[in-house]
Design a protein around this ligand. Structure first.
Ligand code: GAP
Length: 512
């Protein structure tokens, strides 16, 4: 665990040093849980957005994208249930004065029991060697079974108390499990209280004339209120989806762990409208499709797992998370929710407008059911950055920091470097960039030795580095170096475009 925490610290400092992520308004000592994306960070972020948009909108005939306003009519949030039910149960430790989400404290306790089970399995593996049958071991080992029982009974109690809004019950569970504050180590807790996560502000400048409006806590409602506009203007037939990328805001109680949990963040959401009764089929379809999208990046299949929700949100009849093995352990990366007809029906009720679809095949009007996929852009960024970051020991004993970012997402695709600053080499390098820059983000670099320049490109994840030398002027060939293998080969300048394209084209990811 300590190693993992160190890894997060290293990632944070690397991200700052190379212009990926800066603390917001740092000259004023920053603002808690708010970050700015720097010159390389915004390139990486744009590439992730583009990978999502192409996969969801461009690759699906029946999905279209929109860009709704952040401010919405205040009744939207009454209808969606966020005014009354978008709460987190919070608890304070009286000694450390630290505030926690009560459900997260319990989830973390459960995770510790899961880790005990994994240790028991590891012990079994060592003891029985190659003949070890993990499934049988998990189904029969008394220690594993006892711990699984414990998890089940905690989860049952947690579900029941949270669903019944029984805050005293949640408090009692924390006390019974003897959960201690990670900072003070004490079990001296306050009662559990509900805390609404929406930020509010005022619209209108005349005193008394102002209306309270909210910064949207999810982008989804911008899609629901436009359901009929899009369906009619785009002549969309069910099943179809509406996608959107945009900012969302939540007054998180515990905002920490870098860009994992922020108060201002970005979501990439898609609402898929289908026939009532067909939602579970589409729920399974989108679970599988979204897992494939993640795994196509090649960060490592073992870094993902599904987690079914214990407590369903007020709008869902089935929900799960795709979790990622971040430096802090497995945590939610994306949510997939079967939202029923809750949102559209609520908006019908509060607006007095019909939000129905006429299904020509059934010759029937109905309010569609919705399956939602919702992934945090910033969490995707952290998943890519943290899994790509490595400190490698090289054969000659030296070290290099390298970001093995999937080439299609890398901020720069190629760095062009003249061997020296004279003899016409810089001019030739710029001539090559002038050809490539229409298709690829290129960087020109002439400072320091070639070795140092390679290290710099490794550290920012540039898949290819190209060196222009005196031979280039004679026979139009260059040396191209691969970031991951560090191998160098000599090829003609004419082959450069297709070689880079093959490596960095997003098409390969999308085909996967
Ligand atoms: N429309 C459904 C919805 O908003 P959610 O599970 O609350 O569902 C979806 O959020 C995704 O948004 C999460 O899986 C996560 O990736 C991202 N997300 C949520 N809160 C976040 C925060 N405070 N900071 C960064 N990302 C966040």
């Amino acid at each position: 665990m300590e190693q993992k925490e160190d890894k997060l610290k290293e990632v944070i400092s690397h991200a700052k040093e190379y212009g990926f992520v800066f603390p917001s308004s740092e000259i004023y000592d920053g603002l808690a849980a708010t970050y700015d994306y720097g010159q390389l960070g915004s390139e990486l972020k744009n590439n992730i957005k583009s990978y999502w948009w192409k996969a969801m909108v461009q690759m699906h005939e029946n999905i279209v994208g929109i860009d709704a306003a952040i401010f919405m009519h205040p009744t939207t949030w009454k209808a969606s249930g966020h005014v009354d039910a978008f709460n987190d149960p919070l608890i304070d430790n009286k000694d450390s004065k630290k505030r926690y989400r009560a459900d997260v404290l319990i989830e973390e306790h459960i995770e510790k029991i899961r880790q005990k089970i994994d240790k028991e399995v590891e012990k079994g593996q060592k003891k029985f060697g190659p003949s070890f049958d993990e499934e049988q071991f998990r189904n029969t080992n008394p220690n594993v079974l006892r711990n699984l029982d414990k998890i089940k009974s905690i989860e049952d109690r947690m579900r029941e108390t949270l669903e019944n809004n029984d805050l005293e019950g949640v408090y009692n569970l924390i006390v019974d499990l003897e959960i201690a504050c990670p900072i003070s180590g004490s079990k001296n807790w306050t009662e559990v209280r509900q805390f609404n996560l929406m930020f509010s502000t005022e619209l209108g400048s005349v005193a008394g004339d102002a209306a309270t409006i909210y910064l949207r806590p999810e982008t989804a409602q911008g899609i629901f209120v436009n359901f009929l506009n899009v369906q009619k203007s785009g002549r969309m037939k069910i099943p179809f989806g509406i996608a959107q990328i945009g900012k969302a805001f939540r007054n998180e109680i515990v905002a920490r762990q870098f860009i994992f949990r922020m108060r201002e963040f970005e979501q990439m959401e898609m609402q898929f409208f289908c026939r009532p009764g067909e939602e579970m089929k589409w729920y399974e379809y989108w679970k599988e499709t979204r897992a494939k999208w993640h795994k196509a990046l090649g960060l490592g299949d073992n870094l993902y797992r599904f987690h079914d929700h214990i407590k369903l949100a007020h709008y869902a009849n089935a929900a799960c998370d795709i979790e990622f093995d971040f430096p802090m352990g497995f945590k939610e990366l994306e949510g997939i929710h079967s939202r029923t007809d809750f949102d559209l029906k609520q908006h019908e009720y509060h607006s007095g407008k019909k939000l129905q679809y006429f299904d020509p095949e059934l010759n029937q009007n109905y309010v569609p059911y919705v399956v939602e996929t919702s992934v945090g852009l910033d969490r995707m960024f952290l998943a890519v950055l943290s899994s790509a970051f490595k400190n490698e020991k090289l054969e000659d004993g030296s070290e290099r920091a390298v970001l093995s970012i999937p080439p299609a997402l890398a901020p720069y695709k190629v760095a062009i470097m003249p061997l020296t600053k004279k003899d016409g080499l810089p001019e030739k390098a710029r001539e090559i960039i002038d050809e490539l820059k229409f298709d690829f983000q290129c960087q020109y670099d002439e400072k320091d030795s070639i070795g140092k320049r390679y290290r710099r490109q490794d550290a920012i994840g540039t898949p290819y580095s190209v060196t222009v030398d005196h031979q280039t002027l004679e026979d139009n060939t260059i040396t191209i170096r691969d970031r991951d293998t560090m191998e160098q080969i000599r090829i003609s300048v004419d082959q450069l475009h297709s070689m880079i394209d093959q490596k960095v084209n997003m098409k390969t990811l999308l085909k996967n």
